[in-house]
Design a protein around this ligand. Structure first.
Ligand code: PEP
Ligand code: MN
Length: 295
């Protein structure tokens, strides 16, 4: 049996999100899209909603290439106070328009517990950014809201801390949580963050929640994004969150790591063989030593 005895002790205390004998996997359903149910679900769109034209064109392009969910930040959590902070409610309205136009579900970031009501009116999935992973007031409010939550791993957070934050959301009543590995801060500076690819199989072993990868914020540069996306498919992530812009050079945020439309189309096509390899894998998957854990 391939396993690590420590995993039981570290993770099983988060009983509402950990894998155990009764609950092995949870599927988050948004309309006809199932995340964690065996489909590889791609969420794509601009880092920030900038204008109606930008968003609608992007929505059409990513839908045509096979994305199922449109991403776009209306409230932007930026490291610099001088960077573009997003269009706010205007951005949410444009996201709704894009959904009406294309049928794509919407994921957008929520930064403050005071905005949960308004964002939930427009969004299908509430995105918790890396800087908010331990904002417990926000997590508790999201626990009480009816929308699924995408919880990004904090820049310097361990997997146990990510699971702890997921537990806070679940304890407050919301079991519809998706985990997202988006790169962590290490001593390496050649990439914006370090994609912890092992986080995917570990989380999928110890947690019952779906796990997706954000290769854009991990890489910081566009040329690495399709390669990291393939890695995510190869380790059996449940999907991707990818930044796409009609002209990345003009993007108001994260242009360096955004794919243009043809690059996104190529990435989606090139992913197909990587999605097909799981049936052929002979190595056993990691499993928990004892269902229920050691604590
Ligand atoms: C984003 O998705 O645009 C974003 C701000 O991501 P993160 O919270 O991972 O930095
Ligand atoms: Mn971004």
């Amino acid at each position: 049996m391939n396993s690590n005895p420590q995993w039981n002790g570290q993770f099983s205390c988060f009983d509402l999100v950990a894998k155990n004998g009764v609950f092995s996997t949870s599927v988050v359903t948004i309309g006809d899209v199932e995340i964690g149910g065996g489909q590889f679900v791609v969420m794509a769109g601009p880092c920030a909603v900038e204008s109606e034209r930008q968003l609608l064109e992007t929505a059409e392009a990513v839908a045509a290439a096979g994305a199922r969910i449109l991403r776009g930040g209306a409230y932007k959590g930026r490291s610099s106070p001088y960077s573009f902070q997003g269009l706010g409610v205007e951005g949410l309205k444009l996201l709704r328009k894009a959904r009406e136009h294309t049928g794509l579900a919407i994921i957008t970031e929520i930064m403050s517990e005071t905005d949960v009501g308004v964002v939930a009116e427009y969004a299908d999935i509430m995105q918790v950014g890396t800087r908010s992973m331990e904002n417990y007031a926000l997590l508790e409010a999201l626990g009480r809201c009816e929308r699924p939550v995408l919880l990004k791993r904090g820049l310097t957070s361990t997997l146990a801390e990510l699971m702890r934050s997921a537990q806070v959301i679940a304890m407050n009543g919301n079991p519809n949580i998706i985990l997202c590995e988006r790169g962590i801060r290490t001593f390496e500076t050649a990439t914006r963050n370090t994609l912890d690819i092992a986080a995917v199989p570990v989380l999928k072993t110890v947690s019952r929640l779906p796990v997706i990868v954000d290769p854009s914020h991990a890489a910081g540069v566009r040329c690495l994004v399709p390669i990291l996306a393939r890695a995510a498919a190869a380790v059996e992530a449940d999907g991707l969150l990818v930044e796409v812009h009609r002209s990345p050079e003009q993007a108001l945020s994260d242009g360096n790591q955004s794919l243009n439309f043809p690059e996104f189309r190529d990435m989606m096509e090139d992913l197909q063989p990587y999605l097909a390899i799981h049936q052929k894998a002979r190595q056993p998957r990691p499993v928990l030593l004892r269902a229920g854990g050691a604590d």
